[in-house]
Structures are given as structure tokens and as C-alpha cells.
Design a protein around this ligand. Structure first.
Ligand SMILES: *Cc1c(COP(=O)(O)O)cnc(C)c1O
Length: 375
């Protein structure tokens, strides 16, 4: 058997007839830009997340750039973020004109509030929390910290649609949350897409203008602010409306797969499941955007798995943001470095069959034991 890390064509095949019907219907009306499917998707997504406003944008990165700019964060400001994230988190901060300061993570792989506090300076304006792999960080501690220091709390929740912390959704804890609809995300469209969510009326109105050349959606064509073109295509919104209906099943399936993985490999010595290390007491709902574990001899286990037909991944090529050539500062982040020396992602998407999951478990156990006896 061969198990791919992600099956992109399956993404289309899954509800193919519905997509083709949607395409015909929307294209037949010539409804390309800022049309009713986008409005309807924004309404339904806001309802799903439990937030007042959702504004469809070009992608998750633009959601963060526009959100930061709408908060007036830019030149001379510092924004704290975890180095265990996609480089887009840092890129968005720098692209908005501010400086990103990378922070260390806790044993759960998410932003460590104690390390964040150490890096606050008079220039710090915001904390960009990253809700990674379908998991929400310790928002009780981070919210309290932001409040104590008068900082904006922002969320890169691109990987955490549907995840909660004490029954509150990722993306709704602070000034704004950013979600991505990149195809490999749990709610993925057929290209790029994103959304900014917020409960702040003023921020919502400003982002709505900024995504459309600074124009107010009043039909006058008058631009009231400096904007850009960062709209979510109406066709992608129409596709996302179909996918959103199936999202609860997709999340449920991911949780089943995760459970099957955990019960299949948890007894192996030294395996760690980062989400089991959560410091806070509030219950968290993990949507398993990714199934990332920590394992010794990661590279040899991974090579052996590949020979057995199982494709795995080491996130972002194994390089955290503070080790990227584009990172402008020199920061020591020992927990992030340790995390990246052991992290491994097993195939995880809701199109996988039980047979595939069981095959991955069998192959993993074999690869693990072989590497251990060779060591
Ligand atoms: C996917 C992702 C992004 C960027 O989203 P795009 O829609 O590709 O711009 C940002 N941060 C994280 C953590 C992501 O996983």
C-alpha cells in the first residue's frame, strides 16, 4: 500500500457533482466579484465561528496584514509571535510595516506566555497568537498578559477553524482572527482564500474598505481609505459554501483518525503528543488540522516509513521562523529548536480510509522498532 501525505484530487472528487453544479450556476450568472455567494458565505462563517463579522479576503496572510494595518500597527511597532509557525505569520507582521519578534513555545508547541512576557518592550503593540495544527493556545494566560500590558491580542488561526478553548472559538479571543482556505486546510477552497473575523464594528468596516481599494461598499465608488485588492473570489466563496456544509463531518472524521493513530502508537517509548501537554485547565477541542508528533531519530524513522510507502512531512522543511534567512533578529529559542529536531507529521486528512490509517500505524510501528534496535 502507498499512503500519500495529502490527496489533492480527492479534495475535488469528494463532492464533485455539487461543485460542478455550483460552478455552472455561479458562472452562468457572471457572478465573479463581490456577489451574493460571498455575502452568504461571510454570514454563515461568522455564525459557525460565533463572531459578529467575517470578511472574505484573498488569503490568510492578507487577513493578518489588513487586520494589523486596521489596528494602526506599523512602523516602529513590535509584534510578538511564536517561531513554531508558518513564515506567513512573520511575513504579515513585517509587510504591515511592523517588526516581528519570535518567541519560544511550551511543551504543547504553542506560544509560551512566560517567554512572551520576557520579550515585551515599550515598542510592543500586539501579540499574534498562532493556533497551530487545529489546537488553541493557553488563551486564559495570553489574554490576561495582553490586558496587563495593554497589548492587542491577534490570532493567526489559519489552522484552527472549528477549534475551541473553553467553548470559545479560535479567532475570537482578541481584536481579530485570520483563517486560511488554502486547499490543504480543513476548510480548503480550490485555490487561495481567507477570512478575517472580528467582533469590532470599526475594525470590520475598515477591513471591508481596505480589501477593495479603500472603497466603502455603498456603490458610490468613493475611496475613503488607502486600500489594496485582497478580495475573496465569489466562485471560491460559492465552493466554500458547499464545503462549509460538510465541515462538521470533516472535523469529526479527523478526530476519529487521530484517535486511531493515538491508540495504535501511544505505547511506543518516547513518543509525545504535544496536545496532551496543555498547561491551562480549560478544555480544548482539537480539530487535528495536522497530526504532528514528537519522536526520537525522526529522520531515520521518516526515511524507513517512506520505503514502506508512507509519505510523512516535517513542517516547513524543518526550519522555524527564527532560523529562516529572512528573519532579521538573532534570538535564542531552545524549546522551538528542540521541537523541530523531533517533530513529524503523519498523513492526516478526512479523505483517508480506515485501511490507510491502519497501514500507517503498522508501518510506523515497524519503522520505529527497526530504528530503535539499530541504534
Ligand atoms: C496556511 C497558513 C497561513 C497562511 O495562509 P494563506 O491562506 O496561505 O495565506 C498562515 N499561518 C499559518 C499558521 C498557516 O498554516
Amino acid at each position: 500500500m502507498r499512503v500519500p501525505f495529502f490527496d489533492y484530487p480527492a479534495h475535488f472528487r469528494d463532492h464533485e457533482e455539487e461543485y460542478v453544479r455550483t460552478f455552472r450556476e455561479v458562472m452562468g450568472r457572471g457572478a465573479f466579484i463581490l456577489q451574493r455567494e460571498l455575502e452568504e458565505f461571510e454570514r454563515q462563517l461568522a455564525e459557525f465561528v460565533g463572531v459578529k463579522h467575517a470578511i472574505g479576503v484573498a488569503d490568510g496572510t492578507n487577513a493578518m496584514i489588513l487586520g494589523l494595518r486596521a489596528l494602526g500597527i506599523g512602523h516602529g511597532d513590535e509584534v510578538l509571535f511564536p517561531s513554531h509557525t508558518f513564515v506567513a505569520t512573520y511575513g504579515a507582521i513585517e509587510f504591515a510595516g511592523a517588526h516581528g519578534v519570535a518567541c519560544d513555545v511550551g511543551p504543547d508547541g504553542l506560544l509560551d506566555p512566560a517567554d512572551v512576557e520576557k520579550r515585551i518592550t515599550p515598542r510592543t503593540r500586539a501579540i499574534m497568537v498562532v493556533q497551530l495544527n487545529g489546537l488553541v493556545a493557553d488563551m486564559d494566560a495570553l489574554s490576561a498578559l495582553a490586558r496587563r500590558h495593554g497589548l492587542h491580542l491577534c490570532e493567526d488561526s489559519c489552522q484552527a477553524l472549528g477549534a475551541t478553548h473553553a467553548d470559545r472559538s479560535a479567532g475570537t479571543f482578541g481584536a481579530f482572527g485570520a483563517f486560511s482556505f488554502y486547499p490543504a486546510k480543513t476548510l480548503g477552497c480550490f485555490g487561495d482564500g481567507g477570512v478575517l473575523v472580528t467582533n469590532d464594528d470599526r475594525l470590520a468596516a475598515l477591513v471591508r474598505e481596505m480589501r477593495d481599494h479603500g472603497r466603502r461598499p455603498d456603490g458610490t465608488g468613493l475611496a475613503w481609505t488607502i486600500g489594496t485588492n485582497a478580495r475573496l473570489d465569489n466562485l471560491q466563496a460559492a465552493i466554500l459554501l458547499v464545503k462549509l456544509r460538510h465541515l462538521p463531518e470533516a472535523i469529526e472524521r479527523r478526530r476519529q483518525i487521530a484517535e486511531r493513530y493515538v491508540s495504535g502508537i501511544a505505547d511506543l517509548p518516547g513518543i509525545e503528543f504535544p496536545w496532551q501537554h496543555h498547561a491551562g485547565s480549560a478544555p480544548r477541542f482539537n480539530t487535528f488540522q495536522n497530526f504532528e508528533i514528537l519522536v526520537d531519530q525522526r529522520d531515520t524513522v521518516r526515511q524507513r516509513l517512506l520505503e514502506l510507502g508512507v509519505q510523512t512531512a516535517v513542517q516547513w522543511g524543518g526550519t522555524p521562523v527564527h532560523r529562516m534567512p529572512c528573519y532579521r533578529r538573532a534570538d535564542e529559542l531552545p524549546n522551538v529548536d528542540r521541537y523541530f529536531s523531533r517533530c513529524l507529521m503523519l498523513p492526516m486528512n478526512h479523505f483517508m480510509t480506515d485501511e490507510q490509517v491502519d497501514y500507517v500505524v503498522t508501518a510506523f510501528r515497524r519503522a520505529f522498532e527497526e530504528c530503535r534496535s539499530a541504534a
